[in-house]
Design a protein around this ligand. Structure first.
Ligand SMILES: C[S@@+](CC[C@H](N)C(=O)[O-])C[C@H]1O[C@@H](n2cnc3c(N)ncnc32)[C@H](O)[C@@H]1O
Length: 207
């Protein structure tokens, strides 16, 4: 059964970080059923496929940034990846992710701030469904680059609409011009299939 409108409205209309986290607190236990079954969310599958295409080994250390309930980790596990950490600011979403039993570490942290993660820690970072309205803004790319090894891969989605409105592309280009990363691919991909919503699926190699 889909969550009542009040729960979903809270996520879509949150005006600040605290309101958003409060909304995810209510949504965590129904998130998978609502997104996947009701809205036809497929970004977790599209992301796992995109990352899998960009990597040439399964023995890589991956961070799922904005992991939510762990849908992306589950898809990566199906494709043979076993060395994965999960990061999210919502405690309740992290608890759901822990239940998937696919991650080594579960890190509660704010992607909009400097992360307590050392430079060059991960071979790959995936960030799905988190660059969108009212969530994480473009300056967070810088931290994802910092914690990814040179030669590593960063794969993320940006929801249509937010891509045009939020200045993500501008920061992506600035980081390309500063030679921080190079674009491997950017395609339109399905996001919420039943709602006709798409996203940009972006894959970068870190320099
Ligand atoms: C739409 S969900 C996507 C979850 C998962 N990646 C997926 O594909 O199902 C967005 C997630 O971003 C997290 N989030 C939003 N703002 C955040 C922030 N500033 N720092 C860390 N996580 C954040 C939310 O708690 C939520 O779990």
């Amino acid at each position: 059964m889909v969550s009542d409108n009040k729960t979903l409205d809270k996520v879509y209309t949150a005006e600040n970080h605290d309101e958003l986290m409060d909304a995810y607190k209510d949504w965590a236990s129904n998130y998978d059923a609502d997104t996947v079954d009701h809205f036809g969310y497929v970004a977790h599958i599209e992301s796992a496929e995109a990352l899998n295409r960009a990597l040439d080994s399964k023995d890589v250390y991956i961070l799922d940034a904005g992991c939510g309930t762990g849908l992306v980790g589950e898809e990566l596990a199906k494709r043979g990846y076993t060395r994965m950490d999960a990061l999210d600011y919502s405690k309740e979403m992290l608890v759901e992710a822990e239940g998937k039993k696919v991650y080594k570490r579960h890190i509660q942290a704010d992607l909009s701030k400097k992360l307590l993660v050392e430079d060059n820690r991960y071979d790959a970072v995936v960030c799905t469904g988190t660059f969108t309205y009212g969530h994480v803004k473009a300056h967070a790319f810088d931290e994802l680059v910092r914690i990814t090894k040179p030669g590593g891969v960063i794969c993320f989605t940006i929801r249509e609409g937010a891509y045009e409105d939020y200045g993500y592309r501008q920061r992506m280009i600035e980081l390309e011009q500063k030679n921080c990363w190079e674009l491997l691919g950017m395609e339109n991909a399905e996001y919420l299939k039943n709602e006709g919503v798409s996203c940009k699926m972006c894959t970068y190699r870190v320099n």
